[in-house]
Design a protein around this ligand. Sequence first.
Ligand code: HEM
Length: 240
Amino acid sequence: MNLSLMDQFLWVIFPYITLTIFVLGHIYRYNTDQIGWSAKSSEIMEKRLLRWGSPLFHYGIIFAFFGHVAGVLIPKWMYELLMVPDELYHFGAVYIGGLVGVLALVGLVILIIRRMTVSRVRLFTERVDWITIIVLFLVVFQGVYVTVIRNFLVGEFDYRSTIGPWFRSLFTFSPNPELMVTVPLSFQIHVLLAFLLFAMWPFTRLVHLWSLPLEYLKRRYISYRSLNFLRSFKLSKNKQ
Ligand code: HEM
């Protein structure tokens, strides 16, 4: 197939540029800004909306991640080998994938509303945070769109024979851009936005993902200490 320059750029050059920024950006940020390496919790400013939005978004997105492993990373032939019928895969992808996607989207919308309406949280939000939120919202929205709305309106699209092998071909350094040319635009947009997000990742609060992610779901957003605890801690330090 004769590929246009644009197709070469979108499905080979752009992914590699963004993945390189992702890797080098993390190394740079880790070496220059360990103190700022955090989600910069705002729990102290508002708790009610955070208590709903944060778990909905985080649990939704974690399960959506496993959905991506199942649909994009694991090749279709493995399902055939294990004799998993297409209908069963499709059911899981649409209903479970759709549900977790919607949970993540609802959580994200709650968090966005919180950031826009609670003035103390808004003041604490920098320009880079707004840009991150917008791109994150677009990626998640587009994911939910292709999984839920497009599936019911237009019908199923076999991304396990197109997007999946193309994505994996990038990591074996034998890119197969032809596979992406005929993919529906809505899927293409989701994937390109995701790569844009990968390039932004190291320069945003999203780096907190690499710091004990499971602890974040269980523990309080900020660990509070009583004044007495701090006084006794200081006394014991002075004695040493
Ligand atoms: C380049 C990497 C990515 C690829 C190739 C990709 C591909 C896909 C595909 C093919 C679907 C449709 C699944 C279906 O219809 O059953 C989907 C759905 C979805 N994607 Fe992605 N995606 C990527 C990155 C991301 C990222 C970074 C996020 C979020 C931060 C995300 C969030 C979602 C969500 C929420 C859904 C809907 C729920 C689900 O099916 O899991 N995706 N993605």
